[in-house]
Write a protein of this length. Structure first.
Length: 192
């Protein structure tokens, strides 16, 4: 997977549909992310969320991506941004706690959901929100993959409601919201 994204990184930002920026902006508005917040952008790619968040007056923004070429491209587009080449499925601790941890358009590329929920819980402030969002609905993503002939070993590219709820219960999250109408949106809050 990493090798594939390393090859695609150079032209990645040019190929992001305008619709994805609109959905990302809608998600950020829905979460009311703004001045003084700390945000961790997981699997950040070339910076679609940062393109919207950079003028919001955040206290801290950190982006992580597993692909070194995506990190390089992100930094080429937005020099001086705190972008790190890290695997979010490994145990990670950051030097600050975040108000929001967001995985946008990338959840199909993760396999160890326990690890991402554990990392998110451990790196959020009490009351912080963990968000998984995708510009397509679950059915829309499956249909898109069928059309392009993409074959995956996962039956569900976006975890089921049941899976997400169980992960929240296991890892100490509450206030679960799942919306799969216009695009996929999952949000939960660290309860203690």
């Amino acid at each position: 997977m990493e090798e594939n994204f390393n090859v695609l990184a150079k032209d990645w930002a040019k190929k992001i549909p305008e619709k994805n920026y609109k959905i990302a902006a809608d998600m950020i508005k829905r979460l009311n992310i703004g001045e003084g917040h700390n945000v961790l952008d997981v699997a950040a790619g070339t910076g679609i969320l940062f393109s919207i968040l950079k003028d919001k007056g955040l206290s801290n923004y950190v982006a992580v991506d597993i692909t070194d070429k995506m990190v390089e491209e992100f930094l080429r587009i937005y020099p001086g941004t705190d972008v790190r080449c890290l695997d979010y499925e490994k145990r990670l601790m950051f030097d600050c706690d975040f108000d929001f941890i967001i995985i946008f358009n990338s959840i199909p590329h993760f396999n160890d959901y326990d690890a991402i929920f554990e990392n998110s819980y451990n790196n959020l402030k009490a009351g912080g929100k963990f968000v998984i969002c995708h510009a397509r609905t679950r059915d829309g993503l499956k249909e898109h993959r069928r059309k392009i002939g993409y074959v995956s070993d996962k039956e569900e590219p976006i975890p089921t409601d049941e899976t997400l709820i169980k992960l929240c219960e296991k890892h100490g999250f509450g206030e679960i919201l799942i919306d799969d109408e216009n695009y996929f949106y999952f949000c939960c809050r660290k309860t203690d």
